[in-house]
Design a protein around this ligand. Structure first.
Ligand SMILES: *Cc1c(COP(=O)(O)O)cnc(C)c1O
Length: 364
C-alpha cells in the first residue's frame, strides 16, 4: 500500500465563481455583499457587530489600536502562536509580554497571567490555538479585576465553543482570519473583528476605512483594511458548510484518537469539558518528533510543525532577551508537537494508514 498524502488540500467545491460575480453587483470594495457576509457571520456567532477587514492580522491591529494601545503600553500574549498575535502589539508601538502556555490545551496559562500584569498592561490576547478554546473563565476574570481589555484571537477557531458559547463572543473583541487554509477560508486574504460593544464597533469600522463611515466623513485617521467584495461573496457561499466541515474534522480527530489510543510514546490532543474543538490543527506530541516526521515523509505523508520556534525565541524578539527557561512549556512543545493531516477531505482509510505508519515507527 503506497500513498501520497499532502498535509492540506484546499477544497473550492462550495464556491461558484459566476455567482460570486453576480453577488458583487459590480461593486468590488464594500457593497451589499460585504454587509450580507457581516450580518451572516455575526448572527452565526450570536454577536452584535462584525466588521470585515483585509486580514486576521489587520483585525488584531485594528482591535488593539481602537482600544487605545500605544507607546509605553504592554499587552500579554501567549508564547506559542502565529506571529500575528505578537507583531500587531509592536505595530502599535507597545510591548508584547509573553505568557507561557498550558501543557494540556497549549493555550495561554492563566496561572502565569497575574504575575505578568504591571501598571503598563493594557490588554490580553487569548489565542484559541489549533481550535481549542483558551481558559476564558479565569482569563476573563483576571482581566476584569485589573481593568484590562480581552481580545480573543479566533483565527484558528471558527465555531469553536467555550462553555456553550462561540469563541469571539466572550472577550471584548474577537478577531478572525479567513486566510485560505483556515477552517473558513477565502480565495485570498480576509479577516474580521466581532464585538458586542457599540462604541468600539463604530471606532473599528471607522479605523478600518480611513477613519470614515460615510463619504468624506473622516473624524479620525485610520487605514485601508477592508474585505474585498469578491472574498465576501466567496465566504457567504462557504459559511453554510462550515459547521459540517468542522464536524468532519472532529470525526477525523476521533478516528486518530481511536487508532493511536493508549500509545505510551504519543500524547494526543485533549478537548476540555464544555468546549468544542474546531481542530484547525491536530497536533500530537512525542519526544521523537523530528525522526517521526522524517519517517512519515518517506512513507508519503506530509506533516507540519506549528510552531518550530515559539514566539519569544524568534530572532524577531531577540531584543527582549528571553531564554528557554522563561517559558518551559512552550520551549518543550516547540520540539515535540507534530501536526497530522486533519482537513475535511481526508478519508478514514488515509487516517488509518497514517496511524499504522506511526505505530510502525515506534515498534521498529
Ligand atoms: C492565521 C492567524 C492569524 C493571522 O491571520 P491572517 O489572515 O493570515 O493575517 C492570526 N493569529 C493566528 C493564531 C493565526 O493562526
Amino acid at each position: 500500500m503506497s500513498y501520497q498524502i499532502p498535509y492540506l488540500q484546499l477544497d473550492t467545491s462550495d464556491v461558484n465563481l459566476a455567482e460570486v460575480l453576480t453577488l458583487c453587483e459590480g461593486t468590488f470594495i464594500k457593497g451589499r455583499v460585504v454587509n450580507a457576509f457581516e450580518t451572516a457571520f455575526s448572527s452565526t456567532l450570536g454577536i452584535q457587530h462584525c466588521i470585515t477587514t483585509g486580514s486576521g492580522t489587520d483585525a488584531l491591529f485594528i482591535a488593539l489600536k481602537c482600544m487605545g494601545v500605544g507607546p509605553g503600553d504592554e499587552v500579554i500574549t501567549p508564547a506559542l502562536s502565529w506571529i500575528s498575535s505578537a507583531e500587531t502589539i509592536s505595530l502599535c508601538h507597545a510591548t508584547p509580554v509573553f505568557a507561557d502556555v498550558t501543557s494540556d490545551s497549549y493555550t495561554l496559562d492563566s496561572d502565569c497571567l497575574e504575575a505578568l500584569i504591571t501598571p503598563k498592561t493594557k490588554a490580553v490576547i487569548a489565542v484559541h490555538l489549533y481550535g481549542h478554546a483558551a481558559e476564558l473563565a479565569s482569563i476573563k476574570s483576571i482581566c476584569s479585576q485589573h481593568g484590562l481589555f480581552l481580545i480573543e484571537d479566533c483565527a484558528q477557531a471558527h465555531l469553536s465553543t467555550y462553555h456553550h458559547q462561540p469563541v469571539g463572543s466572550i472577550g471584548d473583541v474577537g478577531t478572525f482570519s479567513f486566510y485560505p487554509t483556515k477552517n473558513l477560508g477565502a480565495l485570498g486574504d480576509a479577516g474580521c473583528v466581532v464585538t458586542n460593544h457599540d462604541e468600539l464597533a463604530e471606532k473599528m469600522r471607522r479605523f478600518a476605512n480611513h477613519g470614515a463611515l460615510g463619504k468624506d466623513d473622516h473624524t479620525i485617521e485610520g487605514m485601508n483594511s477592508r474585505m474585498d467584495s469578491i472574498q465576501a461573496a466567496v465566504l457567504l457561499q462557504k459559511l453554510p458548510h462550515l459547521h459540517g466541515r468542522n464536524a468532519k474534522r472532529i470525526a477525523n480527530a476521533s478516528r486518530y484518537a481511536h487508532q493511536l489510543q493508549n500509545h505510551s510514546d504519543i500524547i494526543l490532543p485533549q478537548t476540555a469539558r464544555d468546549t468544542t474543538h474546531a481542530f484547525h490543527v491536530f497536533a500530537i506530541r512525542t519526544h521523537q518528533r523530528d525522526a517521526l516526521q522524517q519517517y512519515l515523509a518517506t512513507n508519503g505523508i506530509q506533516t507540519l510543525i506549528h510552531y518550530p520556534v515559539a514566539l519569544p525565541f524568534l530572532p524577531a524578539y531577540s531584543r527582549l532577551g528571553y531564554r528557554p527557561a522563561d517559558f518551559p512549556v512552550a520551549a518543550s512543545l516547540q520540539k515535540e508537537l507534530l501536526s497530522l493531516p486533519i482537513h475535511p477531505g481526508i478519508t478514514f482509510e488515509q487516517i488509518d494508514y497514517i496511524s499504522s505508519c506511526i505505530r510502525k515507527f515506534f515498534n521498529r
